[in-house]
Design a protein around this ligand. Structure first.
Ligand code: UDX
Ligand code: UDX
Length: 452
């Protein structure tokens, strides 16, 4: 089928590349010229394992094109995805101006045929009708200004994404479900046809149950499914972090507790990793947007607000532990292992490291850091005053303590015995309960975990 994806960010680009890979003809539109130039050259502007290879395959097969020309995309496609950013405003509500701009742009270029406009971006509940209204207004405006008439018909559907950064391609082909929200069965049927190869499991790995279930529902329920899923996962993490904080005080080991409760099929073992909590571009934005929506409708979402509060506090927890161990942090040197909000991504949006760096700077500590991606990428916003090492073995030189901030796999196999020798006092705060406590202690470290 002919597809257009507008907004080639962490979600849009992965969606476009994967759809072109299963045989569709995709045009990816982005208003950032630099990004389009990079993608035309076959390189992805974001770090996502496996994406470059898939992009090259699709480009070689002539199944994908990158452009800033929205009109071209709109008139090529029978299904067009809006996947532009919906970042949080300071108030916590979603900033939907980019979605609005794209919807207006679509309305000004729609000419003929039947089109499905897909909200891929996480938009506030009830936005599907709002997008429809904007497109209709834009068509009307164009005709009032003597523009070409519009013979096109369209429907708006919601097709929320559940992609985790760092495993977005796997999550696309092995998703637990596909959610389609809309009022016109014709539009939902077209979407089902679009995803058919994925639904049938043609690209699924061993163990992914197929056919992949498709949830067809109304617009608002589909939009709520996205918010409820992210909010539940975020709350589950804040739950285990609350338990970890109590474990710290009673001397229990939260990793054992997580194992013991995770074996209950009603709870499940995933998203029970206690530590410095959640960051990234989705959980913080989506939970605060849902809280904001509840407020708008006169309901106080106490549980969600508490999950946000617990999460905010977790970042400060590692600094408190440093203070407990080192007393005065002023003049001390702290080495951060990892900066991104999670491993296998280059995304620094709302990364816990940003708050940790800020707090350590405020207390007068010197900060060094090493991150597998950030150290190479030259990305330094939010890293004011931080010495970003390019060699992990150098990180420990002269440090009074190390803090594991991001659970990058390679941090398991660093030479901690050598690192201990280059530290004034080998202390490690394991912010993700990720390191082997016994191995670190054998290497000469005092090991402090989060709830263990
Ligand atoms: C976005 C939303 O933020 C998220 O809520 C949703 O779940 C998926 O899509 P992400 O892909 O991370 O997530 O957005 P971002 O990385 O900010 O990419 C947005 C892209 O849209 C950027 O490449 C930007 O250049 C482009 N864009 C933005 C447009 O092409 N047109 C615009 O008007 C605005
Ligand atoms: C999340 C959702 O998982 C995905 O379905 C949605 O589409 C986008 O948001 P993402 O934010 O990319 O994906 O990463 P995820 O793996 O969910 O981790 C989110 C944050 O939670 C990270 O900061 C991670 O470090 C933290 N986390 C995750 C924990 O602290 N403990 C856990 O057990 C799991």
């Amino acid at each position: 089928m002919r597809v257009c994806v507008i907004g080639t960010g962490y979600v849009g680009l992965v969606t476009g590349v994967c759809l072109s890979n299963i045989g569709h003809d995709v045009i990816c539109v982005d208003n950032n010229e630099e990004k389009v130039k990079t993608m035309k050259a076959g390189r992805s502007p974001i770090y996502e394992p496996g994406l470059d290879e898939l992009m090259e395959k699709s480009i070689a097969a002539g199944k994908i094109e990158f452009t800033t020309d929205l009109a071209k995309g709109v008139n090529h496609a029978e299904i067009m995805f809006i996947a532009v950013g919906t970042p949080p405003l300071p108030t916590g509500e979603s900033d939907t101006r980019y979605v609005e701009a794209v919807a207006r742009g679509i309305g000004s270029h729609l000419m003929s045929g039947y089109k499905v406009i897909v909200n891929k971006s996480t938009v506030p509940i009830g936005s599907g009708d709002w997008v429809r209204g904007i497109v209709l207004d834009s068509i009307k405006e164009r005709q009032e200004q003597g523009g070409p008439p519009c013979e096109a018909e369209f429907d708006v559907v919601s097709n929320p994404e559940f992609l985790r950064e760092g495993s977005a391609i796997f999550d696309t082909f092995n998703t637990d479900r596909i959610v389609l929200g809309g009022s016109n069965p014709k539009a939902l049927d077209m979407m089902e046809q679009l995803y058919k190869p994925i639904i049938d499991g043609e690209y699924a790995e061993e163990g992914t149950p197929t056919p992949i279930p498709v949830v067809k529902t109304d617009l608002s329920s589909a939009e709520m499914i996205k918010y409820a899923a992210n909010s539940f996962l975020a709350t589950k993490i804040s739950f285990i972090n609350e338990v970890a904080n109590i474990c710290d005080r009673v001397g229990a080991d939260v990793t054992q507790v997580a194992k013991g409760i995770g074996l209950d099929s009603r709870i499940g073992p995933k998203f029970l990793q206690a530590g410095i909590g959640w960051g990234g571009s989705c959980f913080p934005k989506d939970v605060s947007a849902l809280v904001h929506t509840a407020d708008d409708y006169g309901y106080e979402a106490q549980l969600l607000k508490s999950a946000v509060d617990v999460n905010k506090r977790q970042r400060g927890m590692v600094v408190e532990k440093l203070q407990h161990e080192l007393k005065i942090l002023k003049g001390k040197t702290i080495g951060l292992l990892g900066l991104t909000f999670k491993p296998n991504t280059d995304d620094m949006r709302d990364a816990p490291s940003l708050n940790i760096v800020e707090e350590l700077n405020r207390l007068g500590a010197k900060v060094k850091a090493y991150d597998p991606i950030v150290s190479q990428s030259g990305l330094r916003d939010g890293m004011r005053g931080t010495l970003v090492e390019t060699d992990p073995d150098r990180l420990a030189d002269g440090c009074d303590a190390l803090v594991l901030v991001t659970d990058w796999e390679q941090f398991k196999s660093l030479d901690y015995a050598a690192m201990a020798k280059s530290m004034t006092q080998p202390l490690v705060i394991d912010g993700r309960n990720f390191l082997d406590r016994e191995a670190l202690q054998a290497a000469g470290f005092r090991y402090v975990g989060m709830g263990r």
